[in-house]
Write a protein that binds this ligand. Structure first.
Ligand code: C5P
Length: 224
């Protein structure tokens, strides 16, 4: 299992300082909407300048018409991005268009099933189904759409792994002592490992910790 560090802090300076501190670790570095909108593609180069072995995960969660998603994917490949997220609910046609563009590159495409900030009471009015069953349906569509994996919570990972050949990437990772924040379906790194997740995403439990290096080491120890 591999660790993705979510760089969601309020300035580029803070994000880069954290990466400097963690530069010795084998990490996927997740650049999400906040950082990418603010700091742009130069930020990706600055990450690589700290450690060229850092893998870049651009978490833009694309949801648009197939042509727009496919052409945006081409631009991500040109930027040297290693992983990209799209929404499974954008449909198999869009996912296929993205996968087709990505297939001759090293880009991994992950489709979001149900956001980990949802719980059944907020999910069902939108999707008309409980999270567990709908996440599986969306994962089956992602497989049909040619994606490499899905984003799901730890609670859906095992079932998705047993019914598809997809990789799983699980956010909302927390130790018992961490605040949940806006996340609902949280779980520990150890339970992510038990749920056979291939990647975990961790943001606040690392960057809000008094000693981020110590927490990173602790997480890496739990997931090897
Ligand atoms: O701070 P925290 O550990 O909750 O960060 C989780 C990260 O994973 C955030 O950047 C969030 O955007 C992202 N994410 C998520 N749930 C998803 C997909 C991505 O929390 N389903």
């Amino acid at each position: 299992m591999q660790l993705c560090l979510a760089l969601d802090m309020s300035s580029k300076r803070e994000n880069l300082a954290l990466l400097q501190e963690l530069r010795e670790f084998e990490l996927w570095v997740k650049v999400g909407l906040r950082s990418f909108i603010r700091d742009g593609k130069e930020f990706l180069q600055e990450i690589k300048a700290i450690n060229p072995n850092f893998k870049i995960f651009l978490d833009l969660k694309l949801y648009d018409i197939p042509n727009t998603m496919a052409t945006a994917t081409q631009e991500c490949i040109a930027l040297g991005v290693d992983m990209l997220t799209i929404h499974s609910s954008s449909g198999t046609e869009g996912m296929r268009a993205v996968s087709e563009v990505a297939k001759d590159s090293n880009l991994l495409v992950f489709a979001v099933t149900a956001l980990t900030s949802f719980e059944d009471s907020t999910f069902t009015p939108i999707y008309n189904a409980p999270i567990a069953s709908h996440a599986k349906t969306l994962a089956l569509l992602a497989q049909e759409g040619g994606c490499n994996g899905v984003v799901c919570s730890v609670y859906e990972s095992k079932e998705i792994k047993s019914s598809t050949s997809l990789l799983t990437l699980t956010p909302a990772i927390r130790f018992e002592e961490n605040p949940k924040g806006d996340q609902k379906r949280v779980a520990t790194p150890k339970s992510a490992k038990e749920a056979l997740a291939d990647f975990i995403v961790v943001g606040r439990p690392i960057y809000q910790a008094p000693n981020p290096k110590e927490i990173t080491q602790k997480i890496l120890k739990e997931i090897v």
